[in-house]
Design a protein around this ligand. Structure first.
Ligand code: 13P
Length: 298
C-alpha cells in the first residue's frame, strides 16, 4: 500500500463496524506519544486514530500537533486520522479544521437534549462543508475528560428514542457516542455496560458507535462492545500512565543516567507496547487496507 497521509475516519469506521473490528483511538500527549501510536499501528498494519484533548492543543498549539501527526502519517502505509476529542467550543473546532484535523468531536452532552441536537447540527453543517468527520455524544459518560467531571454514579445512559431522533438529520455523522455505562479513567468497580441498549442503537442507527472509557475494560467487554457495533475504541488514561511509567522506569533502573534520550526511548517503548496490545485486542491488526477500502475481503 502506498502512503496515505491523513484520512477522514468516517469511512474507516463504517468498514470496521461492518466487519466487526474496532479501530483504536489514542489520546496523544506529545510528539513521542504520537509517534508510538502511529508507528505501533504501522507495525501491526492497522488503521489508527490519533485523537487530541483540548488541553493538549492549548499546551502545544494547533500547528505543532497537526504538523507532527501529518509528518508521521506521511511515513507509514496505514490510514491515520487526526481527531479532536471532547470539545464544546465551536471556535476550537473551527481552528482544528483550519489546521488540518480530519475529524472533530462536538460534545454537547451537558446540554439539554434539544439544545445538544441543535448545536450538534450546526457543527455538523460546518464539518460537512469542510469535508471533515464529526463525532457527537448524548447521555453522560462518567469520569474526567479535560476539565469536565461526571461522577460515575451521575453518569446517564443515552435514551434510545433520543438516539434515533438525534442522528436523523446527521446521516453522514462519522461516529456516534451514546453513553452506554462506560467511564473515563480507571474503573472503581465493574462497569455496567448496557449491551442491550448498544445493540438496539446499532440496529436502528446506521452510524458506527464510539466506545469511550476504554482503559480498564476486559477483553470480553471489548469483544462484546465491538460485536454490538462499537467501531472506535478510545484509550487515554492507560496511555498517560505508560507515558509517565516509561520515563520513571528508566530512572529506577539506571539512577545515575544523565543522558535524556534513553528516557524518551523507554517512554516510547512503554507506550508502543500498549498500542500494540490494544490493536490486537480490538481485532484491527492487519486491517489497514480493509479499513482504507483497498481490499475486497468483507
Ligand atoms: P479512558 O481515559 O478511560 O481510556 O477513556 C478515553 C476516552 O474515552 C477519551 O474520550
Amino acid at each position: 500500500m502506498d502512503t496515505m497521509a491523513l484520512v477522514t475516519m468516517g469511512p474507516l469506521l463504517k468498514r470496521a463496524q461492518a466487519a466487526r473490528y474496532g479501530i483504536a483511538a489514542f489520546n496523544m500527549i506529545d510528539y513521542n506519544s504520537a509517534r508510538s501510536i502511529v508507528e505501533g499501528a504501522a507495525a501491526l498494519d492497522a488503521p489508527i486514530i490519533v485523537q487530541v484533548s483540548v488541553k493538549t492543543i492549548k499546551h502545544w498549539g494547533y500547528k505543532a500537533i497537526a504538523g507532527w501527526v501529518r509528518m508521521l502519517a506521511d511515513d507509514v502505509d496505514v490510514p491515520v486520522a487526526l481527531h479532536l476529542d471532547h470539545c464544546s467550543d465551536a471556535d476550537v473546532i473551527r481552528r482544528c479544521i483550519d489546521a488540518g484535523w480530519t475529524s472533530v468531536m462536538f460534545d454537547g452532552s451537558a446540554l439539554p437534549f434539544a439544545e445538544n441536537r441543535a448545536r450538534s447540527q450546526e457543527i455538523y453543517r460546518m464539518t460537512e462543508a469542510a469535508g471533515v468527520g464529526l463525532e457527537a455524544e448524548i447521555g453522560a459518560i462518567g469520569g474526567v475528560e479535560d476539565d469536565k467531571f461526571v461522577a460515575e454514579d451521575a453518569a446517564i445512559l443515552a435514551d434510545y428514542d433520543e438516539c434515533v431522533a438525534f442522528v436523523k438529520d446527521m446521516p453522514n455523522l462519522a461516529v456516534f457516542a451514546p453513553a452506554i455505562g462506560t467511564a473515563h479513567g480507571f474503573y472503581k468497580g465493574q462497569p455496567k455496560i448496557a449491551y442491550d441498549l448498544l445493540a438496539r442503537i446499532t440496529a436502528a442507527v446506521p452510524i458506527p458507535i464510539a466506545l469511550h472509557g476504554g482503559t480498564g475494560l476486559s477483553q470480553e467487554q471489548f469483544d462484546r462492545c465491538i460485536a454490538n457495533g462499537c467501531a472506535k475504541v478510545n484509550i487515554s488514561t492507560m496511555h498517560k500512565h505508560r507515558f509517565i511509567e516509561g520515563f520513571v522506569g528508566v530512572r529506577t533502573e539506571k539512577p545515575k543516567l544523565e543522558e535524556p534520550l534513553p528516557f524518551i526511548a523507554g517512554q516510547y517503548e512503554a507506550m508502543k507496547k500498549d498500542v500494540l496490545d490494544m490493536i490486537r485486542a480490538f481485532g484491527s491488526a492487519g486491517r489497514a487496507a480493509h479499513a482504507a477500502g483497498l481490499e475486497a475481503r468483507p
